[in-house]
Design a binder for this molecule. Structure first.
Ligand code: ADP
Length: 255
């Protein structure tokens, strides 16, 4: 299990300051939604946590260790990253793509355990029937599920996902959200950029909103109210109660 602590994290692209003095702890067992308007710095935050960007100010610690001091191999066994829109490996099957998630554990060739884990994950995500299919011959939504499967097969205690469900239909969105929520219950630390507030409210345990480079964290989703939603997303919002007392927000354009 791992915790991720941000200590006064600041990030700028040239003169464009994106994150300002951000401090937060992502706990194991939490399924955290990172939300904010386009360009607010969500992807940048994930890239810093995953050591893909290191030119930040402040400190990021994973289980008390400075991320900058972790080797690539240590990172690959700690954190799996599902970026937005990926380029598939040319000519690889779905099975081979997911097997790539096992690379950090392989010496020469995949072991029996690696094959077993890939089978289990494909089964869990209902992808077994595509196992032998070329990654280019499945739909964009199915391919997205394959990338999530690869991250899950990596068996890292931390999983970072950048808008993983944006191109999935509703059924598959709910399937992925439920899988990630289950992993969090098992102690994984799941951090996900997502745009659909109502979808996130169904499954996520923690919320982090980014506005003007600052971070507003809400540990208990019941702390999210109309004023906060209106402020962060610059829209009109009305809270409603759905099935089983679930909270939802009706959203519409301002003015
Ligand atoms: P989000 O994920 O919230 O949409 P990003 O983290 O991708 O936001 O980007 C935050 C801001 O930084 C945006 O204004 C974006 O245009 C800018 N930005 C992102 N990547 C770069 C880059 N490589 N060079 C310069 N500016 C960038």
């Amino acid at each position: 299990m791992v915790s991720v602590a941000l200590h006064k994290l600041s990030y700028a692209y040239g003169s464009r300051q994106v994150l300002r003095d951000v401090s937060h702890v992502f706990q194991p067992g939490a399924f955290t939604a990172i939300m904010g308007q386009n360009g607010s710095g969500k992807t940048t935050l994930l890239r810093c946590i995953n050591k893909m960007a290191t030119d930040y100010q402040g400190l990021i610690e994973i289980n008390g260790k400075d991320v900058r001091s972790l080797s690539l191999e240590e990172m690959a066994k700690t954190s799996a990253f599902v970026p937005q829109g990926q380029d598939a490996v040319f000519g690889a099957s779905v099975f081979e793509t997911v097997l790539l998630g096992r690379l950090p554990y392989m010496t020469w060739a995949p072991a029996e355990t690696d094959y077993r884990i890939v089978d289990e994950v494909l089964d869990r995500l209902h992808l077994l029937r595509f196992a032998a299919t070329d990654i280019h011959q499945i739909s964009g939504g199915e391919r997205q599920k394959v990338y999530i499967a690869r991250a899950v097969a990596q068996k890292t205690p931390l999983i970072l996902l950048d808008e993983p469900v944006t191109y999935l239909d509703m059924k598959h969105q709910l399937e992925i959200m439920s899988l990630l929520a289950d992993l969090a219950v098992q102690g994984f630390n799941i951090i996900m950029v997502v745009h659909d507030l109502n979808l996130a409210l169904q499954s996520c345990s923690h919320f982090v909103f980014i506005k003007n480079g600052r971070l507003i964290s809400v540990a208990d989703p019941s702390g999210i109210d109309e004023a906060l939603v209106q402020d962060v997303f610059d829209v009109q919002a009305q809270q409603m109660t759905g099935e089983n007392g679930r909270r939802l927000f009706s959203l519409w354009k301002k003015g």
